[in-house]
Design a protein. Structure first.
Ligand code: MF3
Ligand code: CO
Ligand code: CO
Length: 288
């Protein structure tokens, strides 16, 4: 245990008593009352937060670039090429490439694909498609993660509505993040909103801590109950990335590639993702 006059564990250069002493006390107190609290490894230091923000600059720039280039007739392999080249030329590494055997630099999930779609030269974007492009960048050892939807050519009203409501689901989830609030409030609010619009929330995949690794604790459900799960505290960095289906919530993973999640009933699915930081008095969206 640190003494009051030791340097703080967060490497701020301040004495413990002037820095995280009260914070640690508060966490211990909550833990003793039975609340779930994050381990110290989930509290990012100032230096780590700066590193994650640098990584996010590349990740955001990449998604901006894809937004400018994406069009009817483009293959998802061309999106992958953009991702690889842009990331490498900016000094980063595409985190998906070779992660657990994932073969490409970015995920491209079209229409009834929920997530983890694999770019291919055989998949050509056509008018009416909706596509999620999910980018994860490593820069200087720090990870950032975000995804956006793109509507290709003329899309149906039903598809457009799904894309819009899913974006609202992300915004609503983010608005629930409060220092010393409950993680469970995020999923509860998203589920309430999505289901009130007649949509369903995918259960198998969720948001996650991020920053020093691609997937850290905690797992963030996009459904659930208010007042449950981990207490969110300043310094935590995690993603919110709701996957919303027009039909049922059930999904299956493509047996041929072992990655791509697809809706069981074939209905359209959409997803938006941001990386957020919990601050002393609110939050910061790192991926914008
Ligand atoms: N970016 C994805 C996420 O939001 C993770 C991609 S890992 C991959 O968690 F291997 F599928 F690319
Ligand atoms: Co993610
Ligand atoms: Co992602």
């Amino acid at each position: 245990m640190l003494n009051r006059n030791d340097n703080c564990w967060c490497e701020s250069g301040l004495k413990y008593k002037k820095c995280h002493l009260e914070f640690d006390k508060k966490l211990r107190d909550l833990r003793s009352k039975g609340y779930i609290t994050p381990g110290i490894e989930l509290i990012k230091t100032k230096k780590q937060i700066e590193g994650i923000k640098e990584s996010a600059k590349i990740n955001n720039g990449l998604l901006d670039l894809i937004g400018e280039k994406i069009r009817v007739g483009m293959t998802t392999q061309e999106i992958d090429d953009l991702a690889y080249n842009y990331t490498i030329s900016n000094g980063g590494i595409p985190a998906p490439l070779n992660y657990d055997g994932f073969p490409k630099s970015i995920c491209t999930s079209i229409n009834n694909e929920v997530c983890h779609g694999i770019p291919s030269k055989d998949v050509i974007l056509k008018s009416g498609d909706i596509i999620n492009v999910d980018a994860t960048t490593i820069f200087n050892g720090y990870y950032s993660d975000a995804s956006r939807m793109f509507m290709i050519g003329q899309v149906s009203d039903a598809a457009r509505k799904l894309v819009e409501v899913t974006k609202e689901c992300l915004a609503i989830g983010i608005s629930e993040v409060k220092p010393w609030g409950f993680l469970g409030d995020i999923g509860a609010a998203i589920q309430e909103y999505a289901e009130s619009r007649g949509y369903s929330v995918v259960r198998e995949f969720g948001g996650h801590g991020v920053g020093l690794d691609i997937h850290e604790e905690p797992f963030i459900n996009h459904f659930g109950k208010r007042g449950t799960d981990m207490i969110l505290v300043p310094g935590m960095v995690f993603t919110i990335e709701p996957m919303i289906n027009i039909g049922g919530h059930e999904v299956f993973v493509d047996e041929d590639n072992g990655w791509t999640a697809i809706t069981k009933d074939g209905s359209l699915s959409a997803q938006w993702e941001h990386t957020v930081l919990v601050t002393e008095d609110g939050i910061e969206i790192i991926s914008q």
